[in-house]
Design a protein around this ligand. Structure first.
Ligand code: SF4
Length: 65
C-alpha cells in the first residue's frame, strides 16, 4: 500500500490525523498534512481508507502497489 498526498488540496481539517495518527500528522504552522509513513503496513489499511474518505479536500490517495 502506498499513500499519495496532494498538499495543495489539504485544508488542514485534521480528519486524517484523527483516523490514522500513525500515518498522518499536521504542520504546527498551518495545519497542512504531513505524511509520517508513505508505505504503511497492510494492517493499517482500514484506518488509512477511512482517512481518505473523511478528508474534505480529497487530498489523500491510497494505492495498492
Ligand atoms: S483530512 Fe485532508 S484536508 Fe484534513 S489535514 Fe488531512 S489531508 Fe488535509
Amino acid at each position: 500500500m502506498r499513500i499519495l498526498l496532494d498538499e495543495d488540496k489539504c485544508v488542514g481539517a485534521g480528519q486524517c490525523v484523527l483516523a490514522a495518527g500513525e500515518v498522518f500528522d499536521q504542520r504546527d504552522e498551518d495545519g497542512i498534512v504531513v505524511l509520517l509513513d508513505g508505505h504503511p503496513d497492510e494492517a493499517r489499511r482500514g484506518e488509512v481508507e477511512t482517512a481518505a474518505q473523511l478528508c474534505p479536500g480529497q487530498a489523500i490517495e491510497v494505492r495498492t502497489d
